[in-house]
Design a protein around this ligand. Structure first.
Ligand code: 1Q0
Length: 254
């Protein structure tokens, strides 16, 4: 992947974040997952103010999860202090495990704690009664679900865009592909007003040459290679999140 000088959005960075996200057999790390969205925001920013609404929406969704993560970070310190106060002197074991922070079991503990990964977030929010299955809240799980649905649209869109029609077939405009894949996926979850706003955003989708410029390629064949790598990386992340959410009955969280 080429580095595009002077550009904020770098397709190599996007791919790196996406590929850093899968962890263990079936989990996804939240930090690189959210960093992928940060990178997509940079892409949108290059398209101008027409899509400002979308970048804002992504920003606010990622901020919700990051804020929750920050609050949860402080929880163990609080609990540890409380326990230390009540168990002082009487619990030497606790003191040892508290001081050896490089301990392997402690690292393992961190991976399964709080908002480290999608599965740890689900576990944490269920255990702390933060997920509401009947009414809208700002839980990390329902917020992730919004990003998750949007990622399916992106995967569909980039797949279509990367289809290399070397047989001389007519290449469809990104704007049309954007609309078609949106109606097939994300639109099902949007209100009438949001769909209208989306229609405006499609108009801001650049033609292929500008697109090639943003991902630093010159031909459709080159673009297909880059896009297919991104699509495969998205698929891996998307599938894992889909299974995790589905296993917990979270695919319809209000
Ligand atoms: C030019 C880009 C076109 C994008 C097509 C998708 C249009 C969506 C527009 C919707 C506007 C957002 C307004 C708010 C929506 C919320 O109601 C909704 C539900 O949340 P809630 O809390 O009300 O239940 N929110 C969402 O669905 C969240 C996600 C929406 C935006 C997803 C757009 C993702 C864009 C990614 C960047 C595309 C760049 C591709 C470049 C790749 C280069 C290799």
């Amino acid at each position: 992947l080429r580095v595009c000088p002077g550009q904020r959005f770098q397709v190599a960075d996007l791919l790196a974040h996406l590929q850093a996200a899968p962890v263990s057999a079936n989990d996804v790390l939240l930090k690189p997952y959210l960093a992928s969205w940060d990178e997509l925001i940079k892409f949108l920013e290059a398209l101008g103010p027409m899509v400002g609404l979308i970048s804002q929406e992504i920003e606010s969704k990622t901020a919700i999860i990051r804020d929750l993560a920050q609050k949860a970070e402080k929880e163990p310190e609080k609990k540890m202090k409380e326990r230390k106060r009540t168990h002082q002197q009487s619990d030497p074991v606790l003191m040892i495990s508290h001081n050896s922070s490089s301990d392997y079991s402690e690292m393992n503990h961190r991976l399964s704690f709080g908002y480290t990964s999608v599965r740890s977030m689900i576990k944490w929010e269920l255990e702390n009664g933060l997920v509401d299955f009947h009414k809208q809240t700002n839980s990390g799980c329902r917020t992730l679900l919004r990003l998750h649905r949007a990622l399916l649209w992106l995967q569909n869109f980039l797949l279509e865009l990367g289809r290399d029609t070397t047989e001389g077939e007519h290449l469809r405009s990104p704007s049309d592909l954007c609309k078609e894949t949106y109606l097939r996926t994300l639109a099902h979850h949007h209100t009438w007003w949001v769909r209208k706003a989306a229609e405006l955003a499609f108009l801001a989708m650049p033609e292929r040459p500008y697109f090639y410029l943003l991902v630093c390629v010159e031909t459709q064949a080159e673009a297909a290679v880059v896009l297919n790598r991104i699509v495969r990386a998205i698929e891996e992340v998307y599938e894992r999140n889909e299974v995790a959410l589905q296993e917990h009955g979270m695919l319809d969280l209000p």
